[in-house]
Design a protein around this ligand. Sequence first.
Ligand code: BGC
Length: 820
Amino acid sequence: MEQQKRYGHFDDQHREYVITDPQTPWPWINYLGNEDFFSLISNTAGGYSFYKDAKFRRITRYRYNNVPMDNGGRYFYIKDGDSVWNPGWKPCKTPLDFYECRHGMSYTRITGRKNGVEASVLFFVPLKKWAEVQKLTLKNESNEVKTLKLFSFEEWCLWNAATDMENFQRNFSTGEVEIEGSTIYHKTEYRERRNHYAFYHVNAEIQGFDTDRETFVGLYNEFADPQAVMEGKPRNSHAHGWSPIASHYIEITLQPGESKDFVFLLGYIENEQDEKFSAPQVINKQKAHALIAELDTTEKVDKAFAELCEYWDALLNIYKVKTGNDKLDRMVNIWNQYQCMVTFNFSRSASFFESGVGRGMGFRDSNQDLVGFVHQIPPRARQRIIDIASTQFPDGGCYHQYQPLTKRGNNDIGGGFNDDPCWLIFGTVAYIKETGDFSILDEMVPFDNQPGSEVTLFEHLKISMDHVIKNLGPHMLPLIGRADWNDCLNLNCFSWDPNESFQTTENVSEGTKAESLMIAGLFVVTGKDYVALCQKLSEYSDNSEYSDEAARMQQAVDAMIEAVKKHGWDGEWYLRAYDFYGRKIGSNECEEAKIFIESQGWCTMAEIGAEEGMVAKSLDSCKKYLECEHGMVLNNPAFTKYIYEYGEISSYPEGYKENAGIFCHNNPWVIIGECIAGRGNDAWSHYAKILPSYVEEKYQTLHKVEPYVNCQMVAGKDAYKPGEGKNSWLTGTAAWMWYTVSEFILGIKPDYDGIRIDPCLPETATDYTVQRKFREADYTITIHPNGSQKGVKTITLDGKPISGTVIPYSAGKHTVEVTM
Ligand code: BGC
């Protein structure tokens, strides 16, 4: 193996990842903000901010796939004599005497030192505030007096991030700003249909400013050497059209040992229609003044930061494990849960691989993200379920995605993905098991957001199940529709036209025989959940309608199991699908892609044919054909040519993305299958292969992307560079890794009436303790594995033995001892 350079390390005590070299193999980013105002920030302070929706309310500008990489962001230029530098190294790239970036829970601190001056910037979005704080601390560590010139820098985006990148014939004429004291206001389009503006403020007197990019940077200069900075002279420019920016200029003198704080604030404001202006053409700044007043001193900012830290303390106190294995504990206790919050907030919209303009909140994606988040803030999960269900159609189908700002289905992406409806059951059941809140099922929820169309959420679940039952193919297996979980297995789209999108081009539904074994497995898993839910409802309400419904669905589930056994088994593994013409996909008979991971995962989780040995054989086949050093690939052998009948999946070169990449999202499905089958050694070895903390230790350079979170895809064994990661942060992998480790490996499963204990561990596992807050209870659960992979022998609750594996719920503090 090539010698791996290290770029950083974990600091578990502070829940931080510490980057010590700015030249990481790819920008290593973090997310700021938890609810409405969000920012992406890289380890060199690149990135951007937006309000709620990365497409429709982009506050600052970012250029993707730029040269150099990750150019643009929030920059502080420090001019100390002839030397100009940035605490985050970029964009000047002046060599620093010291550099460090600490990414923490919703904050980032970047520190640089040069010639006896230290500049440390703390970036965060205070709770419930629509603003990003940038607290800059400048310290003179030398023995001489320092006279510094400081320039801040932000570039405004003209709100709609999509048109901002294309409609220059308009854009170059619309930009408008106002300057008042130390605050620069961005008010493009405010005079017409917008009722929002942004501002960039500093809590100090300024000696100059710039708001016109060309004037500040110079037409033939770059962010690395803006003319105003290089000459140490702001131009006091006032932008009219072109590209508005915000830059403050401050002259600072520091005695030896002296340090000074500056609080910069990037804020977003909305005004009522009749309160937009304080005078003709002058924006009403009342709310901005109020927001600034809340955060205009170091003390106020420190207090807001302490609140943010407490917020994360509380969130991360809900599930805490102590196994003695740092690499496992830090992922479970810190980073996996943190990533789950981020994927819940953004679905697949805004990362350094997702531009924020193309994709909103996915129907299936968000339901899966819920499973990683529901224990953190259940009321937000509840609202999300209602929002998602509101984009469903009366026949159970749904928009594939919706926009976070409007909560409306996104027509550009369309619908017809036949796995989508099942995920609503998955998400809702997880919510009820966590909270015991069955009342969510009585919520009145519209179809396609149409007022007057409301039915109960339970009715939505029912039509979701029925959508599968009403769309069965010739083998009584679910018709795939546009695609199932694998967006790129496009069996009803036949395209030779490179100008068409595989996802939105015609979905040939007439005469299709294309069926999905992945949906079959998913239907059995969620169908069993649905049956159990109906049984609970009938138990609690004494209403026979629910038991009838349970029986009806049990029949459908049984029929599906039979159909899979009869038509979905290939001898050593489950088939993947039938194509448009009814030919097998993912079979030994196929020339390439003989086996796929998705159906192995779902059919083993569903335990289809377990008694006949199908589950064990399928899991063995995953090891034999899909596993490699870096995880399990999606299919094997990889496609070497484009197959018109299969679509996008075969468009990728071998080893990437859906063509035999290690699509991390689906590895946990097989791992859970292993856990259900009781094969703890295998489950663990698959799990550790894609666990970031193990990867960070071994492959920092090769892996390339952030070593503290999972990425969507790692190049598979057929790729040019197996092990190289891509598409970090926004991936269903986060929630699935969490679900896998918290519930199936460590074995702490929320259930309707309590917590079910059912670990599945490697033989080498030693005693461990899980601290689990659950509803109004707080459990300390110690597990003694005794070398066993699976099977709970005894449980005591507060010293008294209980029968079965469910700890009955009761409020208060409890101690639980489990022997296996
Ligand atoms: C999408 C998922 C999809 C997966 C596999 C992801 O990018 O967000 O919805 O299931 O790719 O194609």
